[in-house]
Design a protein around this ligand. Structure first.
Ligand code: NAI
Ligand code: MG
Length: 493
């Protein structure tokens, strides 16, 4: 028994209208790395979701939050950031045991999440619209920004607290009220957040938290007539179902979906730095990351040497018990994801890609672990070059010209992010402008200050999170036109 393993499972209640809520039905979570029960959570059905939406609706229609000052909202968000930091070790442990991610990484993510709440607090006092003072002497025009209403949020299992922190504080900053449903695989920290927000002074009903499965809890939330907007992060397949579910009441939909993100390495790049980022880009969070750099596009003159170095470096990365401080790559989330990853490895072998490293599940260990896997001689039409694997599997392709690199980079239905490695400023910006993706990193990879907006082109999503544009997502514009002085009559004119 690892000393950090808890003596009994975590059991956090749902949180509705500022109070703990128990539906009377339960579901369990087992640790992917240790295969023991580590969570027991109350499970929402459609009626429980309705109750949470009703609480959010009341808080929006009758409560004070949508009309509170930015200064008041900022205080609540700052206190929430402080409480996340105060409880960082417990939150990180929950995430490691539910998701299989390394504990050191989980602690960093809690800090990162708290920092986003800090940043969103700064936006609370910067919400404003427009005024029009050149419409003639008798007209004054105001464009107000108002909170969009009740926002439903559905999040995935790969970065539970971080992803909800990319949504919730911005919606709260805008004055919205919310119903949050985390993934059934990793609900712990999100449920815990319910209690922390009440302690931070958030009024009852402003943020409500339900736990449960995609169907019925998620699908009920997405289709609910009293929800004004859905903010979803997860698979492109379910993202499309959220769009379909929005049609009856035409709720707004914001989506952060999958990626097949290229790292493009030119011969003139700082290859040491690129090497580190390529290995990080595929190993981080076991490759279970929408931003994974799952395609490496390397320029032909340096390709053979660079690929060998990637393989040598990837070999040294420690895969193992996520509770160990030194572990960099932990366990795979569930059986379904494991067989998906192994299936892609099979498809690469039968498509004729060249297996350079890994390619199998680690034997002789408890839990689900996959060796970091590298395939070279990958062709852009192979499935491992086009589809999101969500595992530590790198697909390597080569290119000659900048134009060819751009063409391969864009040859996918996704468009979330890309990395470009070169010392040539022209090359860096030509690639940045031509690659159709929501984020381009030049000579770095997978960083994300809260100030910079994030989201996808093409099938990687709709709308943007983070940055000041997040406020735009969670607000409606209202035009108020004022007439000054006598108004000429229509019927006598
Ligand atoms: P998923 O998209 O099924 O689950 C994400 C969230 O949606 C969870 O909270 C789930 O309960 C909810 N959900 C599921 N069905 C729903 C429905 N019909 N209506 C409303 N909500 C629903 O993702 P899953 O099954 O966990 O992973 C499958 C694949 O999705 C992964 O292999 C990966 O390729 C991709 N994925 C991408 C993520 C990203 O950040 N881009 C995150 C998680 C998964
Ligand atoms: Mg699913």
């Amino acid at each position: 028994m690892h000393p950090l393993l808890p003596s009994k499972p975590f059991a956090y209640p749902m949180w509705i209208d500022g109070k703990a809520y128990d539906s009377g039905q339960c579901f369990d979570r087992h640790s992917p790395a240790h295969d023991i029960k580590i969570g027991e959570y109350s499970m929402a059905n459609a009626n429980d979701v309705d109750r949470a939406v009703a609480a959010a609706r009341r808080a929006f229609d009758c409560g004070a939050w949508p009309h509170s000052s930015g200064a008041e909202r900022a205080q609540v968000l700052l206190r929430a950031a402080g409480l996340i930091r105060d409880n960082k070790d417990e939150l990180a442990l929950i995430e490691t045991l539910e998701s299989g991610k390394p504990i050191r990484q989980a602690r960093d993510e809690m800090e990162w999440a708290a920092g986003i709440w800090d940043y969103a607090a700064s936006l609370c006092r910067n919400i404003y619209g427009d005024t029009h003072n050149a419409l003639g002497p008798q007209t004054l025009g105001l464009v107000l920004r108002e909170p969009i209403g009740v926002v439903g949020m559905i999040t995935p299992w790969n970065f539970p607290l971080l992803i909800i922190s990319q949504k919730l504080p911005f919606a709260l900053a805008a004055g919205c009220t919310c119903v949050v449903k985390p993934s059934e695989l990793t609900p712990g920290t999100t449920l815990r957040l319910g209690e922390l927000l009440t302690r931070a002074g958030l009024p009852d009903g402003v943020a409500n938290f339900v736990a449960g499965f995609g169907d019925p809890a998620g699908s009920r939330l997405a289709a609910h007539p009293d929800v004004d907007m859905m903010s979803f992060t997860g698979s492109t397949k379910i993202g499309k179902s959220i769009v379909r579910a929005s049609q009856d009441n035409l709720k707004k939909v914001e989506l952060e979906l999958g990626g097949k993100n290229p790292q493009i390495v030119f011969a003139d790049a700082d290859l040491e730095a690129a090497l580190d980022a390529v290995v990080f880009g595929i190993c981080f969070n076991m490759g279970e990351c929408c931003n994974s750099g799952s395609r490496l596009l390397v320029q032909r003159p340096i390709a053979q040497d660079f690929i060998s170095r990637v393989v040598e470096t990837a070999k040294t990365i420690k895969v193992g018990d996520p509770l160990d401080q030194e572990t960099k790559v932990g366990a795979i989330i569930n059986e379904q994801q494991l067989s998906k990853i192994l299936g892609y490895i099979e498809s690469a072998l039968s498509d004729g890609a060249d297996l350079r490293l890994g390619g199998y599940q680690m034997k002789d260990v408890e839990g689900r672990f996959v060796e970091t896997t590298v395939f070279s001689s990958v062709h852009p039409e192979m499935r491992i070059a086009r589809e999101e694997i969500f595992g530590p599997v790198l697909s390597v392709m080569t290119f000659d010209s900048t134009a060819e690199a751009i063409q391969i980079a864009n040859d996918t239905a996704y468009g979330l992010s890309a990395g470009v490695w070169t010392r040539d400023i022209d090359t860096a910006f030509v690639v940045s402008r031509r690659v159709r993706a929501g984020t381009i990193w030049i000579n770095t990879f997978m960083e994300g200050p809260a100030e910079l907006c994030f989201g996808g082109y093409k099938e990687s999503g709709l709308g943007r999170e983070l940055g000041r544009f997040a406020i735009d997502e969670f607000t409606e514009l209202k035009t108020v036109q004022v007439h000054l002085g006598p108004r000429s009559s229509w019927w006598t004119h």
